[in-house]
Design a protein around this ligand. Sequence first.
Ligand code: HEC
Ligand code: HEC
Length: 367
Amino acid sequence: MRFWGILLLLVFSILSCREPEEENPIIPITPVDSFKVTPYNLVYPKWNSVIWLRLKIPADNPLTVEGIALGKKLFYDKRLSGNNSISCASCHAPEHAFADNKAFSSGINGALGDRNSMPLFNIAWADVLLPGNHKFFWDGRKASIEDQVLGPLGDPKEMDQNLAELVLKLNAIPEYPPLFKKAFGSDSITMRLVMFAIAQFERTLISSNSKFDKFKRGEVELNASELNGLELFSTEKADCFHCHGNEFNPLFTDFKYKNNGLDSIPIDKGLGNFTGKPEDFGLFKTPSLRNLSFTAPYMHDGRFSTLEEVIEFYNSQTKDGATTDEVIRKHFPHGGLNLTATEKQDLINFLRTLDDYEFVSNPNFRP
Ligand code: HEC
Ligand code: HEC
């Protein structure tokens, strides 16, 4: 017995000393999780013949049909919140261009946040316009779409969901592991994969079929009032283009953080809250001006209920604060833009051409 035991040990030790290259008795590792995904064909919008700039899709999270479908399911699933009552869509509803129609959305147990929900469309272009330097949220505290998902999940006033528990919860819901397996090749659900799937869905939320887009493609005409509004928007007269993009920027924002003169002393420090720098106090993310008819109320605190109020603010109510932008400041001597009633209406009529009814009713974006 003892002899055989020693012999066995010897054989084992000889085997284990062997260089695998010498002779290869080891069965090549076949990926147990070999899986096939369907690449998603992202159709880029056009203005005339000019194709919108290509998105930068992270190499480790390519868009796939399976990943996007899973992301959509998670986006609408209330089980992603601590007491299974709130989903992302509770505050980002498709009919409101993925924003909310209240100044402050109610999170878990009716808790109210202190900022207005932001619409979700074309958000992935931030990384194209500001490569490596783009941010998310009104105050810029997140730097990637993937990473951003953690914000609302863990926020006690939003979804108040312990992340470790969420992973356990999702793994225990029978329908989920097979869907993760199809999308990512692993049925062991992790937080990283939850973030990846939701981010994929968010990247597909593209708004590009407003009346203005169709005008840019030569499909429809704008009327005289809308054209005059465009002219005001794009020139020093109303000066919107400095921040909200010009008529050659289909996104209608530059994605930068600015102080548009809402308060002389900002109550919410915005970007300054996050960076701690005095020069950032009162700076907020410049929102896109697409889909405004669906996203009221306006501004980071939802203080304006109508576009008329917003235009009157730029026209006569902008405030001088320590960080108020130069573009706003330059109109102070006139008390603001000082537009006529007709010009104000023209500007609003132009802004309404940026409403994308096809986007807000697109069945692909709904559960
Ligand atoms: C209770 C309401 C609520 C819920 C639930 C919620 N959000 Fe939000 N979302 C907001 C608010 C409010 C903001 C702006 C917050 C801020 O700037 O501090 C925001 C901002 C965002 C932004 C930033 C957009 C930009 O342009 O910078 C993204 C992306 C986003 N939410 C995605 C999600 C996803 C994904 C979920 C689900 C995992 C989710 N939200 C759940 C209210 C909510
Ligand atoms: C100096 C940059 C700047 C200029 C110029 C500017 N804006 Fe803004 N705009 C912003 C910023 C920043 C915000 C967000 C402010 C906040 O919520 O604190 C904003 C918010 C808005 C909103 C609210 C959108 C929403 O989703 O809440 C509208 C509408 C708007 N601007 C329209 C205009 C129009 C029209 C003009 C021209 C008359 C204009 N802006 C000029 C920077 C600017």
